[in-house]
Design a protein around this ligand. Structure first.
Ligand code: LLP
Length: 425
C-alpha cells in the first residue's frame, strides 16, 4: 500500500494535493511520500525480526541524501557501488559500520576512500580486486573486511538486463571456484575474511530463485567451515519485485519467512540489500501535457501526448520497455483513448508509455507517472541538455524540496572553452 490516493477525482500524496505542489514547484518533478518510504522500510526490516540481520538500503535505487538520512534514522545501513554513493551515504549520516560496498569495478581510489571511511564490508568480485584491496590496505597499514560475491548460476527469471546471478553475467566469482580464493585471502596479511554475498537480480517476482541460491550458498558456507574458515555474514543481496502493472511479487513477510526457514541453525548475521521494494511505490513523477497531436498513417491514426518529462528523467520505459501506470492528477471524467505518451527528446525511443489507454487530456493537464521511486531520479541524466528535475518530499500536510531543479548554469558547470569565449563571425 502507498499514500498516493485519489479523493474526489484529485490525486493526493498523503494530505497534500499533487496539483498544488505542481503549481508551486513547476513540472516535472519527483514526489516522494515519507509515510510510504517509512512504512515500506519497516515492513521489510521487521519481517526479519527474530534473526540477527542488517538491512542495507541499495543506494543506487534512490540516492537523495534526505531519503538516505530517513532510512538511516530507521536503522538502515547502505549498500553502495561507487565512491559517489559512499559520499552520499556518509553525508546522509549513515554509520560506516553499516555500509557494504558491492560492484565489479572498484577503483584504487574508491578502495582507499572506503577503507579510510571504515566501512563494514567489501563485497569482492574477482581475484584481481582482492589483490588490489590487499595492496591498498597494506599501504594504509589496515585490514580490509571482505565478503566474496559468489555467482550461484541461478536464473532469477527477470529482465535480461537486470539478471546478475547467471554464469554468463559479469558478476561475482563462480561459486565452484570461490573456495580457492577464500583460502588465498586467508593467507593475506591485510585482508580479513568475513562473509559470503550474492545478488542474483532485480524485480524478482518469485521466491524460489532466492531459495535456490541460498541453498547453494549454504552448501558453500559448510565447505568453508570444514576448512576452518568462519563466516560472520551471509548477504543475500536485493531483488524483491514490486507491482508496476499486474505482477504479483512475494510479500516481504513471505520472502523473509522462507529465508528464515532456510537459515535455521546458521549463526551468521544476515545482510539484505533491498532497493526497489522499499522505494519503488513511494514516489511518482509529475509531468504536464505540452501538446497533443495525431499522425495519420496509411493504416491507423496514431495519437501522441507530448509531456514535459522525458527518457532522461525516467529512463526505465525506454531502456527496459518497463511499464509505469500513468494517471491524470485531476480526473475530468473524459473518455479514454489509446495514445503514446512521449517526451520532447529527439529520438523515437523517448516514451513513457506506448499504446496506453488514457482519459483524453489537453494542454496544461497534469499526469502522474506511478511507481517511479526506484531507479527513477537516480538514473536520470542531462541528455538533450535538460536540467535534472526537482525532488519533493511530502510529510503529512507538509512538503519540502529535497533537491532543487537544476538550472541552465548547472548544465555547463565545470566546462571550459580553451582560451576563453570567442564570438563567431
Ligand atoms: N544489491 C546489488 C549488488 C545490486 O546490484 C542491486 C541492484 C541491489 C542490491 C538492489 O536490487 P533491488 O532490491 O532494487 O532489486 N535499473 C534497473 C534495476 C537495476 C538493479 C541493479 N542492481 C531498473 O530500473 O529496473
Amino acid at each position: 500500500m502507498n499514500h498516493f490516493v485519489s479523493t474526489n477525482g484529485e490525486l493526493f500524496c498523503e494530505q497534500v494535493s499533487v496539483a498544488e505542489i505542481a503549481r508551486d514547484v513547476e513540472t516535472p518533478f519527483y514526489l516522494y511520500s515519507k509515510a510510504t518510504l517509512t512504512r515500506h522500510f519497516q515492513a521489510f526490516d521487521s519481517a526479519f525480526a527474530g534473526i540477527d540481520h542488517l538491512t542495507c538500503f541499495a543506494v543506487k535505487a534512490c540516492s537523495n541524501i534526505a531519503i538516505l538520512n530517513l532510512f538511516s534514522g530507521l536503522g538502515s545501513g547502505a549498500d553502495i557501488v561507487s565512491g559517489g554513493e559512499l559520499y552520499r551515504a556518509l553525508t546522509a549520516g549513515v554509520d560506516p559500520q553499516r555500509i557494504i560496498y558491492s560492484g565489479v569495478g572498484k577503483t584504487e581510489q574508491e578502495l582507499h576512500y572506503a577503507l579510510e571511511a571504515g566501512i563494514l564490508l567489501f563485497n569482492v568480485e574477482s581475484s584481481q580486486e582482492l589483490e588490489r584491496l590487499q595492496q591498498v590496505a597494506a599501504a594504509k597499514g589496515v585490514k580490509a573486511p571482505v565478503s566474496f560475491r559468489v555467482n550461484p548460476d541461478v536464473d532469477p527469471q527477470t529482465h535480461a538486463y537486470i539478471s546478475t546471478g547467471l554464469a554468463k553475467n559479469k558478476f561475482g566469482i563462480p561459486i565452484d571456484e570461490a573456495l580457492e580464493l577464500y583460502e588465498r585471502a586467508m593467507g593475506m596479511e591485510n585482508i580479513e575474511v568475513k562473509g559470503v554475498s550474492c545478488h542474483i537480480g532485480s524485480q524478482l517476482t518469485l521466491i524460489s530463485p532466492f531459495i535456490e541460491s541460498l541453498r547453494k550458498v549454504k552448501i558453500f558456507v559448510e565447505r568453508l567451515t570444514a576448512k576452518g574458515i568462519t563466516i560472520d555474514f551471509i548477504d543475500l543481496g536485493g531483488g524483491v519485485g514490486i507491482t508496476y502493472d499486474t505482477e504479483q511479487p512475494p510479500h516481504p513477510r513471505d520472502y523473509a519467512e522462507a529465508i528464515k526457514q532456510e537459515l535455521q541453525g546458521f549463526k551468521a548475521t544476515l545482510i539484505l540489500e533491498p532497493g526497489r521494494v522499499i522505494v519503488g511505490n513511494a514516489a511518482i513523477l509529475v509531468t504536464e501535457v505540452q501538446y497533443t497531436k495525431s499522425n495519420r498513417g496509411t493504416e491507423q491514426v496514431k495519437k501522441f501526448v507530448v509531456v514535459d518529462a522525458a527518457m532522461n528523467d525516467l529512463t526505465r520505459p525506454s531502456l527496459y520497455g518497463a511499464y509505469h501506470a500513468i494517471v491524470p492528477v485531476l480526473e475530468k471524467g473524459a473518455e479514454c483513448e489509446v495514445v503514446d505518451i512521449v517526451g520532447p527528446i529527439c529520438e523515437t525511443g523517448d516514451f513513457l508509455a506506448k499504446d496506453r489507454e488514457l482519459p483524453r487530456v489537453e494542454q496544461g493537464d497534469l499526469l502522474a507517472v506511478m511507481s517511479a521511486g526506484a531507479y527513477g531520479f537516480s538514473m536520470s541524466s542531462n541528455y538533450n541538455s535538460r536540467p535534472r528535475v526537482a525532488e519533493v518530499l511530502v510529510d503529512g500536510s507538509h512538503y519540502e524540496i529535497i533537491r532543487r531543479r537544476e538550472t541552465f548554469e548547472s548544465l555547463v558547470q565545470g566546462e571550459t572553452i580553451p582560451g576563453g569565449v570567442r564570438h563567431g563571425h
